[in-house]
Design a binder for this molecule. Structure first.
Ligand code: NAD
Ligand code: UDP
Length: 336
């Protein structure tokens, strides 16, 4: 079975490519490298001991994407390509809508033209907006509070409309909580551009000496230690969830949606402490005001995925920190 991976040079896409190759799938990667490095693909090929067909293509480029579908038989698509920085999306909404939404429309049209109607889509817990309570189930009301979140929500709506109009489609919406971790080899991992926005890569860069200290955003939340609580999920568990979703889609057409999370939350201070343990260092931090727009707590009820996909996260906090540290300490400057 051959899987087209859009955004396959990126953080999650590269781990998905590796896991698929390890399980004997064929993969084809397309990525425009707007937020990634071709070196990630080379390392996936090295780890899998198999060549990885790679096309440097923007998914909005219909002719180029069409050509990719002509060069290899493709059975299904895992669609990771997208821009993902919330703050940037507020300043550049049109760029986000064009890249994420127009890109997805072109992809769906080209898939259709080639008779490929199986799609696993990278959605996000951001589609739950500011949830009224935790844990979050898939039935919670959907909303979005910034252009990035709206781009995910619109794509979900588009896919629901498509499946209603053309019931032969098979679509899985996977709503990620906080992906973290890296392949245990330490050869591939998350390599954000510039100063990281997300907590774990920020802590990792403090640990390796690239940044001086972590700012803990908010200490007066109604949580066990006053800092924000999130559901951090190991990227390898996350990509395994995608493969289980593909198997589910093989059983019949329709649209399904799943939370991919661990079902438990950790606070910012717990994350800093766990990472320090993994790295054998004290991570310097300072307490800072809340970051605007942040919820106090966000964690999943992932029982639907367990029930229907036979999937649950098996890697814990210490595995996650250990694997991020191995990646970061072996590659202090990422792929550069
Ligand atoms: P990433 O930026 O590392 O990977 C995305 C990849 O897509 C990059 O390699 C980028 O170059 C590529 N890309 C972007 N626009 C493209 C286009 N028009 N054509 C071709 N390639 C394009 O991000 P990631 O963390 O691996 O995220 C993957 C997906 O998961 C994204 O859709 C993201 O929104 C979603 N997601 C991520 C998180 C997270 O915390 N990492 C959480 C929820 C959802
Ligand atoms: N956070 C923090 N310092 C940072 C980055 C994040 O204290 O430098 C906190 C943030 O307020 C939230 C948690 O860490 O409570 C996770 O934030 P992240 O940006 O990684 O993910 P998201 O906000 O998307 O859940």
């Amino acid at each position: 079975m051959a899987i087209l991976i859009t955004g396959g040079a990126g953080y999650i896409g590269s781990h998905a490519a590796l896991e698929l190759l390890r399980r004997g799938f064929d993969v084809v990667v397309v990525d425009n490298l707007s937020n990634s490095h071709e070196a990630a693909i080379d390392r996936v090929a090295e780890l899998a001991a198999r060549p990885v067909p790679f096309h440097r293509v923007d998914i909005r480029d219909r002719a180029a994407l069409d050509q990719v579908f002509r060069t290899a038989p493709i059975d299904a698509v895992m669609h990771f390509a997208g821009l993902k920085a919330v703050g940037e999306s507020v300043g550049q909404p049109l760029r986000y809508y064009d890249n994420n939404i127009s890109g997805t429309i072109v992809l769906l049209e080209v898939m259709k033209q080639h008779g490929v109607r199986t799609l696993v889509f990278s959605s996000s817990a951001t589609v739950y907006g500011d949830p009224a309570s935790v844990p979050i189930t898939e039935d919670f009301p959907l909303s979005a509070v910034n252009p990035y979140g709206r781009s995910k929500l619109f794509i979900e709506e588009m896919l629901r409309d498509l499946c209603r109009a053309e019931p032969e489609w098979r679509v899985a919406l996977l709503r990620y909580f906080n992906p973290s971790g890296a392949d245990p080899s330490g050869r591939i991992g998350e390599d954000p551009n510039g100063i990281p926005n997300n907590l774990v890569p920020f802590i990792a860069q403090v640990a390796v000496g690239r940044l001086p200290e972590v700012a803990v955003f908010g200490t007066d939340y109604p949580t066990r230690d006053g800092t924000g609580v999130r559901d951090y999920i190991h990227v390898v568990d996350l990509v395994v969830g995608h493969i289980n979703a593909l198997e589910k889609l093989a059983a019949g057409p329709g649209l399904v949606s799943y939370n991919l999370g661990t079902g438990r939350g950790y606070s910012v201070l717990e994350m800093i402490e766990a990472f320090g343990r993994a790295a054998g260092k004290t991570i310097k931090y300072r307490l800072a005001p809340r970051r605007p727009g942040d919820a106090a707590e966000c964690w999943s009820d992932a029982s639907r995925a367990e029930r229907e996909l036979g999937w649950r996260a098996t890697r814990g906090l210490d595995d996650m920190c250990r694997d991020v540290w191995r990646w970061q300490s072996n590659n202090p400057n990422g792929y550069a």
